[in-house]
Ligand binder design. Structure first.
Ligand code: PYC
Length: 309
């Protein structure tokens, strides 16, 4: 299996460019189900420990059934599958450029959550125009063990997010264990209190916010992903969810910039436009760097060949 690894603002993406699985030619959402149901060993063998850290996002490169799309992709993590992934799409575009398969300029990429547009501005510099994003519910109140009442919004940015109105402690790298614990409890409480997204989907990402730390940053975030790893980047779909909430409450106008900083200090520049139906279409700009072009080997007898974690 040939893989290309990159990181986007510190958050890694492993693109499987060769040696994946034949999932047919159906829509990407169907192929994701097929992969999960019949070939989950690919996810396990390619990104779980001991080969990768818990933060790694896998990206299976596919052909899209849509002839307008340059490529299709199915994203997965240490616990399952994602609809979309913003940092991963930036990593994918940079990987395709590294392979000589994507020219500068704009291209369409198919994902299980819908078609997104990438602008390859330079070999490492990408803007992703995401799927339509929206705030589904505001002022949601949860009772969370050890935290009391927690309020926040539920928003879609290609994945489901709970955006907490306040953070349990200062957003700093020293506090990552406390932030992780608090976000995990909120994620669990959402399931226990049967609070789901508009389509009944699990709200599997939790996001805290604090003031921007570097000049020009509007905000810093901490995002807990479904497998309980935190996003080292500002999270493209999480920034999209935030932008949708800002747009809905009139706090960000179309075309205005929102600079989202991650817990690691990396940044995405966000903005949005309204489409003809009034939907918020967020754009996320960031940089990614390829750091490995490798062949994964499946050794017979390896007791941890399928990974763990
Ligand atoms: O950038 O959208 C994102 C993302 C989702 C999970 C990890 N990163």
């Amino acid at each position: 299996m040939r893989v290309i690894d990159s990181h986007t603002g510190g958050q890694p993406t492993r693109v499987i460019v060769d040696g994946g699985r034949d999932l047919g030619t159906g829509p990407l959402a169907e192929r994701r189900e097929l992969l999960a149901r019949n070939h989950d060993d690919l996810r396990q063998k390619s990104i779980l420990e001991p080969k990768c850290s818990e933060a790694m996002i896998g990206a299976l490169l596919c052909e899209s059934p849509n002839p307008d799309c340059a490529a299709g992709v199915i994203f997965f993590n240490n616990t399952g599958y994602l609809g979309m992934c913003g940092h991963g799409t930036i990593g994918l575009a940079v990987t395709l450029a590294y392979l000589g398969k994507l020219d500068l300029g704009w291209h369409l990429i198919d994902t299980p959550s819908g078609v997104v547009r990438v602008d390859l501005n330079g070999p490492d510099d990408v803007t992703v125009e995401n799927v339509p994003s929206y705030c589904f519910r505001k002022g949601v109140k949860l009772t969370v063990a050890g935290l009391g009442t927690v309020s926040g919004s539920i928003a879609w940015g290609g994945n489901w997010f709970f955006l907490a109105d306040s953070a349990p402690c200062e957003l700093s790298r020293d506090n990552i264990p406390q932030l992780t614990e608090a976000a995990s409890k909120i994620k669990r409480a959402l399931v226990e209190q049967t609070i789901f997204g508009a389509d009944g989907g699990e709200i599997d990402h939790v996001e805290f916010f604090g003031p921007g730390q570097s000049p020009g940053a509007n905000s810093q975030n901490f995002v807990l992903c479904p497998g309980l790893a935190y996003d080292r980047s500002p999270c493209g779909t999480g920034t999209s969810a935030k932008i949708a909430c800002l747009a809905e409450s009139g706090r960000l106008a179309p075309g205005d910039e929102w600079v989202q900083e991650s817990i690691m200090g990396s940044r995405f520049r966000g903005s949005y436009r309204l489409d003809d139906d009034g939907n918020v279409i967020p754009s996320i700009a960031g940089t990614a760097y390829v750091f490995a072009d490798a062949t994964l080997v499946d050794q017979p007898g390896d007791p941890f060949g399928r990974g763990f974690g």
